[in-house]
Design a protein around this ligand. Structure first.
Ligand code: F6R
Length: 594
């Protein structure tokens, strides 16, 4: 979590750093700050709150200089406050940090015993003072070596030094760091969206590396201080994709662009990844899918679809629980990890456990050259451009589409007939058009949002493939609106949850035309007879229920189509409640802590 950005070049650093922070704000927005090497030394402006507030403050306290670092925070050690905001300063150095120093307490105690004083509650200030202490004794390169030996955890730092006013040093160990370069400047950032407006030439830092940049010059080293050569890559994302394109919020733009993003996902993939996965992918042994949050919910759709197609089961596990289970993985197993950001700590950890066990690993990721993409044996990119809004929407449908296509690929390798696969390919090809038609003809979602937005609790229920859609619908509502929303397989309601039902506790029922719909409708009657209000997401009306009417489609396509009204409903409710829909409270897009 947290976004860090750095610049050294010929221009004024402040607008460039602020532009980077705006792009990285999805990573955390508890506080923001900037440090610039000015003519009179390093100057820092920082505060509790968002980048917009920092911009306002900089109007009254302008900073001018060609080199600087900046930070947007998702608080871990120390509550959100100006005191705990980055950058920190100690003597000639200033630092920004993304990550967690696990042994901060023992290092801090040691530094206190040496007489150092601290001004904040953060682990970052501990790292800075520790670095200064080592630098004083050993000089810069040896101090970096010793610092990285001493600190435990995952951290990425950017430093500036008042004695070398155009220089930035960046250290990577665990959390992402991308360096951009053009003819007269070097940029550093937590991800490439912050660099897109300035350059397309990028270097992806590996763990155990640091860089030193000054103006346009850039050198890379390993932690032992040995110089290394790195090759640059061309960033393929377009700057326009990282902008709002006329929509009020990124979230709305990303919901509405799903037909287009699904077309991009499928482009060249109806051959079922023949170009990307050259070897057979169907494992002799088990298939496990692991991910967090919305990516996990996409994996749940795969579980149902794959089982219907092949009769074989898939295990789907929360990446945060993966390490606690002795899965019997070996070279016959296939472990599929999903991650929009490609940096989620728990997913990364699950992937490395799977690799250690010798399993064949496949990553489905959006962020280009992200850690997870690079760790896995095979990778499939979503190709949908950056997803900026913190709540995931277009990455969800992209993940489900890739998983469905992958299910067809594996099913083909397992002997499912070409004719059957072709029927499914045709059905999947029709999805973008169905979504376009649905999104162009929406009528009553806003009025339904107005009816329900004051409710404090919601159930989301479904059966069969409707169930994972219900799970994702509930997650969207709670994270955007801060309303309590719980999802259940509809059959579970009678085992406890139904006791909560009354007139103030509505249920949203996902009811595509599948075999389970008749029994789902019975469950709805049970809720209605206990005075529960029902909002039906279906192509079939039911007496006494509100409905968001859906097109008549094959029920297996509901993860793409039925999710649209649920995403939009959450969006409108969050708007009516005055919430920040692109940056909901307490969240961050890239969850790089355990
Ligand atoms: C929900 C949401 C999160 C992410 C989760 C995993 O809208 O965005 O639940 O899905 O943090 O993130 P990735 O896919 O980047 O690993």
């Amino acid at each position: 979590m947290c976004g860090i950005v750095g610049y050294t070049g010929k221009k004024n650093a402040v607008p460039i750093l602020l532009s980077g922070l705006r792009k990285l704000e999805y990573r955390g927005y508890d506080s923001a700050g900037i440090a610039v090497s000015t003519e009179i030394g390093i100057k820092i402006v920082k505060l509790k709150g968002k980048v917009r507030k920092l911009e306002d403050k900089l109007l009254s306290y302008p900073l001018i200089g060609n080199c600087g670092i900046a930070h947007t925070r998702w608080a871990t050690h120390g509550k959100p406050s100006a005191k705990n905001a980055h950058p920190f300063r100690y003597k000639n150095f200033s630092i920004v940090h993304n990550g967690i120093i696990e042994n901060w307490k023992s290092v801090k105690d040691e530094l206190i015993s040496l007489g150092y004083k601290f001004t904040s509650d953060t682990d970052t200030e501990v790292a800075l003072i520790c670095f200064y202490d080592l630098y004083k004794k050993l000089g810069i390169n040896a101090a970096i070596t010793k610092l990285t030996e001493k600190l435990k955890g995952r951290y990425t730092f950017l430093f500036i030094d008042e004695n070398k006013p155009n220089e930035i040093i960046g250290i990577k160990s665990g959390n992402p760091l991308v360096i951009g370069q053009n003819s007269d400047a070097v940029f550093a950032a937590s991800d490439i969206t912050a660099l897109l407006s300035f350059t397309k030439k990028a270097y992806f830092m590996e763990d155990g590396q640091f860089f030193v940049a000054k103006g346009g010059s850039l050198k890379f080293y390993d932690f032992a201080g040995k110089k290394i050569e790195k090759s640059s890559e061309e960033i393929k994302w377009d700057v326009k994709e990282a902008e709002r394109g006329g929509y009020k919020h990124y979230l709305l733009k990303e919901i509405m662009e799903q037909p287009d993003s699904l077309n991009r996902v499928m482009s060249g993939r109806l051959n079922l990844f023949d170009d990307e996965l050259r070897e057979s992918i169907a494992p002799k042994g088990r298939i496990i899918c692991t991910a967090c949050g919305t990516s996990f919910n996409a994996a749940l759709c795969f579980k149902y679809f794959f089982n219907m197609l092949t009769g074989r089961s898939v295990t789907v596990e929360n990446a945060s629980e993966f390490r606690y289970q002795p899965f019997d993985l070996d070279s016959d197993s296939l472990v599929i990890v999903l991650s929009q950001s490609g940096e989620t700590s728990d997913t990364k950890e699950a992937l490395s456990i799977a690799k250690m066990a010798g399993a064949n690993t496949l990553a489905i990721v959006n962020s280009w050259e992200s850690s997870i993409a690079r760790m896995a044996d095979n990778r499939i990119y979503m190709n949908i451009g950056p997803e900026i809004s913190v709540a995931s929407t277009k990455a969800y449908s992209a993940e489900v589409m890739i998983l469905y296509l992958l299910a067809l690929r594996i099913a083909g390798e397992m002997g499912v007939s070409k004719e059957k696969l072709q029927i499914w390919r045709d059905r999947l090809s029709s999805v973008p058009e169905i979504c376009t038609h649905y999104l162009s003809n929406i009528t009553n979602i806003e009025s339904i949002a107005r009816k329900y937005y004051k409710n404090k609790n919601f159930f989301f229920i479904g059966r069969g493939i409707g169930y994972p859609v219900a799970v994702e619908g509930a997650l969207k509502l709670k994270e955007l609106s801060y309303i309590h929303a719980e999802s259940y397989a509809a059959g579970e309601m009678k085992h406890g949850p139904i006791s909560l039902i009354d007139n103030d506790f509505p249920t949203i029922a996902i009811a595509p035309d599948n075999k389970q719909r008749a029994v789902l409708f019975s469950n709805i009657e049970e809720i209605k007879s206990r005075m529960g209000q029902i909002l039906l997401i279906s192509d079939k009306k039911l007496e006494g229920c509100d409905i968001l009417i859906m097109p008549e489609i094959d029920s297996w396509l509901s993860p793409f189509v039925y999710i649209l009204p649920l995403q939009l409903l959450s969006y409108y409710i969050a708007n009516l409640l005055g919430n920040d829909v692109d940056q909901p409270r307490n969240l961050a897009k890239s969850v790089t802590v355990e």
